[in-house]
Design a protein around this ligand. Sequence first.
Ligand SMILES: NC(=O)c1ccc[n+]([C@@H]2O[C@H](COP(=O)([O-])OP(=O)(O)OC[C@H]3O[C@@H](n4cnc5c(N)ncnc54)[C@H](OP(=O)(O)O)[C@@H]3O)[C@@H](O)[C@H]2O)c1
Length: 288
Amino acid sequence: MKRILVTGATGHLGKGIVEALLNYVPPQQIVASARDPQQAAGLRKLGVEVRRADYNDYDSLLAALQGIDKLFLVSAVAFSDRLAQHGNVIRAAEAAGVRHIVYPSIQRREGVTAVIDGVTDSDIGTELLLRASGMAYTIVQHPLYAELIPLLVGERVVRKGLRLPAGEGRIPLTGRRDLAAASAAILAGDGHENTEISLNAGVSYSMRELADVYSELLAVPISYTAITPAQYVAERMADGLPASVAGFFGSWLAAIAAGAFDQPDPALERLLGTPATPLGEVLTAALE
Ligand SMILES: NC(=O)c1ccc[n+]([C@@H]2O[C@H](COP(=O)([O-])OP(=O)(O)OC[C@H]3O[C@@H](n4cnc5c(N)ncnc54)[C@H](OP(=O)(O)O)[C@@H]3O)[C@@H](O)[C@H]2O)c1
């Protein structure tokens, strides 16, 4: 039996992929891995085998990956030693005989240089490791998760509107559930070997258009003002965010300004066979 393992099954993306995979294959074909398998007990109840694996523990990875044909490697958190952790997973997968590995990278429009702190460099390094490995790979490119927008705009949105260093940049904001469902379709389907697939809702939003979506959701007029990265960091620090977090958020918004995400693509809707979840719906759930 060809089995599919999804790492990070205690997190939003990994759990979403496992749940979506159940629409395509029987639970016996799915393995979920977690640092603490207790935290994935809900998936076990659905008939999915849960194995322990820590990206920092090569032996745990090698054991967890035995008998696995395809692997979805949920990327490690920003500002950890991501590349070393991903390298451990890739080496263990190769040693265990995994045939095909799928990795979510941050969308980087060709020709646009924009570095997201703690993320871009380790994504590029991971992609190089995958291409040099003996395994088939699929790199799925993700934009910023739409669910994270409320974090980036902050609670002052009602009082002050959207004040962001995103210029006139556009981004195909996409809900994590849709990204997870499209990844499940890739894992369950044939093909996709040695390809990059840009997964997103297929429609790009400017921050002015995002402000319009907010206006509708909050039933008050919300404006957009393009500010500088320094202004953004200062304003978010005044809201109580640590400088490092404000700077991290600012680097995502600067990447939007640079056009790094402005490449809407129909691949996700084709994989899902349905329209992507409307942005307003994703934001409403995130604001709740
Ligand atoms: N495109 C975007 O907008 C965006 C935004 C944020 C993050 N990301 C990236 O996408 C990834 C998935 O996002 P998410 O929302 O699902 O994040 P999440 O809910 O924080 O989940 C991260 C998962 O990775 C697991 N993990 C972290 N370090 C690990 C390690 N050393 N060994 C094994 N598992 C480990 C976590 O396990 P535990 O439960 O044990 O901690 C958790 O299951 C993130 O980790 C990050 O790299 C993308």
